[in-house]
Write a protein that binds this ligand. Structure first.
Ligand SMILES: Nc1nc2c(c(=O)[nH]1)N[C@H]1C(S)=C(S)[C@@H](COP(=O)(O)OP(=O)(O)OC[C@H]3O[C@@H](n4cnc5c(=O)[nH]c(N)nc54)[C@H](O)[C@@H]3O)O[C@H]1N2
Ligand SMILES: Nc1nc2c(c(=O)[nH]1)N[C@H]1C(S)=C(S)[C@@H](COP(=O)(O)OP(=O)(O)OC[C@H]3O[C@@H](n4cnc5c(=O)[nH]c(N)nc54)[C@H](O)[C@@H]3O)O[C@H]1N2
Ligand SMILES: [Mo]
Length: 656
């Protein structure tokens, strides 16, 4: 991103870097206005302390000195009893390595605080990939224009991965067919050659049926299978259990369609699959990703540029994370708390959570089982510190609220999960007001706590150098020169195996999974008409709540809410009619965990039985004060302990 700064030092415009080989100068609809976010009149510019009941959101300005003098003694006192009663809570506000995982980690490690398992987004898929192909690696996205058949599987590319779309369109102009598998006909589904509305959470079964057909009809690349995979014979037996007739019932896709797309996929070469995280937010999400990643090994599409599959490219990046995070500082043997079960942790952890420090995250809006999270944040005996740009739903519960810098104001270094360039984020302007980078805030806190290890003196420049220590191929000079450095992974990195698995091969059979199930299998959703008919009788509709086009999780909601029709609930005409719901009706969406309000959008873009609430709204900006996460559950995925946001049965009724 290039930032134009005027003579007074004010950022006046941002645009994509036209030289960037993958983004080609494009920015998404949100970040294209990033300077408006930085200078927004509601931006937090000074430290503040709470001046009302928790959740009411009244604060008074204090000095940095008073803020630090409030926080440090309180944390010290708690740590003296048991440091594990202190919980850091952070995720995707910035995914920069410095502002997201450096001084902060050092601070909490040294303190002996509870560790946080950061599972809210991607760990199910990450483990699914890890067991099959070894890591979060896959097709070089820059070769996708060479694909001849493209399966977009649980990914709304036009909304959440816009830079890839150009490559897909180029492939299409060269004759590729684009097929999207998604319960919704999203913007991406709409633009595809074919859209296949699958029942949520059943993708693992579909992949097994595809393997069944491929092997039954001898469509596999036997040479690739023999050389670069392990477990084919066992897989062959396993997939016999998943004939298209059975899987048709599970997925709601006709047998004929399953047969046809499998034949197309296995014969139109190179075939490419873009998987995304949407489909792994279900009980069986890890296994679903594992199963899908077996497909390119079976048909040998890894051989070709543009072939294979990709979910995330983050595993190609080899920064020196331990050098940044310093796990060697960990005092004692602290417990680990799963961030997707924050409500549970705030209520039931033993020893109790007595302090929470939130940064780069807005759990009051984004975490599942929201009422429990908010009840926890409301606890009078909980000391809460929030580092933020804005007064979010979470900030309203802070005892001390600290102003953080945005990416225009601080230094950072990034990986990507959509391409293979390392990136440098140089500050373009001076910090606004009294805002400070997360790194600096934790540096100051460390000083006040009396941590005297030299690593707490490292500057942000030092941190970058440490992130690159021992890293081949990324030099700071090149990063400074261009802003980005290619990882040079090659056009077909797995053409000859070389997977980062223990065997070096694509593992249809995974020894590491032998206690669970070493072979691909189908793990059904927890909340589903087939796996839990009693619950489905009470709450017959599956609710999914993927990102709204103009929001980035809960970021940008305060800027762009008027660009969304919402809060909205997309509902099929059949389900709407059965409930006397007309287009535009106010509706309540509810289940045993809670409920929220929205306006009905009656549409054939969703399939009967599935409703969709584009997310993630701020509670305080919507009628009723609750968003979709008031209905989502804290249950975890099969692999990786991930969140199951879309494994969620609800019912809908007209609201008053
Ligand atoms: N504009 C925008 N872009 C974003 C984000 C954002 O909030 N806004 N968030 C960023 C982040 S943090 C992430 S993790 C990614 C998320 O982006 P994606 O990984 O693409 O994930 P989702 O948007 O959750 O889901 C993608 C699609 O999966 C579909 N889906 C849901 N359940 C299932 C299922 O069971 N099977 C199948 N086949 N499809 C299903 C949804 O309808 C949705 O269209 O995007 C990133 N990019
Ligand atoms: N129902 C439902 N819930 C979901 C999802 C869904 O699809 N549906 N998606 C899930 C996914 S994929 C994810 S990744 C999570 C995301 O959840 P979060 O990680 O909480 O992400 P955001 O909602 O974007 O909130 C990040 C906050 O960090 C702040 N921030 C940004 N940069 C900085 C910084 O440099 N310093 C500090 N201190 N703060 C900063 C922003 O202002 C913002 O308020 O939500 C999950 N929750
Ligand atoms: Mo995410």
């Amino acid at each position: 991103m290039l930032v134009e700064v005027d003579e007074s030092g004010r950022a006046v415009r941002v645009r994509g870097d036209p030289e960037h080989p993958f983004t080609h100068g494009g920015l998404c609809v949100k970040v294209a206005h990033y300077e408006k976010r930085t200078y927004h009149r509601e931006r937090l510019l000074y430290p503040m302390k709470r001046a009302s009941h928790k959740g009411e959101g009244k604060f008074v300005r204090i000095s940095w000195d008073e803020a630090l003098e409030t926080i440090a003694p309180r944390l010290k006192a708690i740590a003296q009893k048991n440091p594990q009663s202190i919980l850091p809570y952070s995720y995707a506000g910035t995914m920069g390595l410095l502002q997201g995982g450096s001084m902060d980690r050092r601070f909490f490690h040294r303190l002996g605080a509870s560790l946080l398992d950061r599972t809210i987004c991607s760990t199910a898929g990450m483990f699914g990939m890890r067991y099959t192909v070894g890591a979060s690696v896959g097709t070089n996205p820059e070769t996708v224009d060479q694909a001849k058949y493209i399966l977009i599987w649980g990914s709304n590319i036009i909304t959440s991965n816009i830079h890839l779309w150009r490559y897909i369109l180029k492939a299409r102009s060269r004759g590729a067919k684009i097929v999207t598998i998604d319960p919704l006909r999203t913007k991406t589904g709409e633009q595809s050659d074919e859209h296949i509305p699958i029942m949520p959470g059943t993708d693992g079964a579909l992949a097994l049926a595809m393997m069944h057909i491929i092997i039954r009809d001898g469509l596999q690349d036997q040479d690739y299978v023999d050389r670069y995979t392990i477990g084919f014979e066992a897989l062959k037996e396993r997939v016999k259990e998943y004939p298209p007739s059975r899987v048709s019932e599970i997925t709601g896709i006709s047998e004929a369609t399953i047969e046809r797309i499998t034949h197309e996929y296995a014969t139109q070469s190179p075939a490419f699959i873009r998987v995304n995280y949407g489909l792994q937010r279900h009980a069986g999400g890890g296994m679903a990703v594992r199963n899908i990643f077996c497909l390119p090994g079976l048909i040998g599409s890894w051989r070709y540029p543009g072939g294979g599959a990709v979910l995330s490219t983050s595993g190609f990046f080899k920064y020196n994370n331990p050098g940044l995070e310093r796990p060697d500082l960990i005092a004692g043997h602290p417990r680990t708390i799963n961030m997707s079960q924050l409500g549970e942790a705030l209520r039931c952890a033993d020893p109790p959570v007595e302090a929470i420090v939130v940064y780069n995250s807005n759990p009051g809006a984004v975490a599942p089982n929201q009422q429990r999270v908010l009840d926890g944040l409301k606890r009078e005996d909980l000391f809460t510190v929030v580092l933020e740009h804005f007064q979010t739903d979470t900030a309203d519960y802070a005892d001390v609220l600290l102003p953080a810098t945005t990416q225009l104001e601080h230094l950072d270094i990034h990986r990507s999960y959509g391409h293979t360039y390392a990136m440098l984020n140089m500050p373009a302007i001076r910090p606004l007001g009294e805002s400070k980078p997360n790194t600096e805030i934790f540096r100051l806190l460390a000083k006040r706590m009396g941590f005297d290890e030299p690593c707490f003196d490292d500057s942000d420049e030092d941190l970058i150098r440490q992130a690159l220590t021992g890293v081949k191929g990324i030099s700071l000079d090149e990063l400074k020169d261009k802003g980005w450095v290619s990882l040079r992974i090659g056009d077909a990195p797995f053409a000859e195996g070389n997977f980062p698995t223990p065997s070096g091969k694509c593992e249809f059979y995974s020894e590491r999974l032998k206690d669970l199930d070493p072979l691909p299998t189908y793990v059904p959703p927890r909340e589903d008409r087939l796996s839990n008919p009693a619950l489905a009788q009470k709450f017959p509709l599956v609710l999914i709540s993927p990102p709204a086009h103009h929001f980035l999780n809960s970021t940008f909601v305060n800027l762009f809410q008027e660009k969304e029709v919402g809060p909205a609930l997309e509902i099929h005409a059949v389900d709407a009619a059965a409930r006397h719901i007309a287009d535009g009706s106010p509706v309540q969406i509810f289940n045993g965990r809670g409920g929220f309000l929205a306006r009905a959008v009656v549409t054939d873009r969703t399939r009967p039985g599935v409703v969709c609430a584009p997310s993630i709204w701020w509670n305080k900006l919507v009628p009723g004060g609750r968003n979709a996460n008031s209905t989502t559950s804290e249950e975890l995925t099969d692999l990786g302990g991930g969140a199951t946001f879309y494994d969620n049965l609800v019912d809908v009724r007209l609201a008053d």
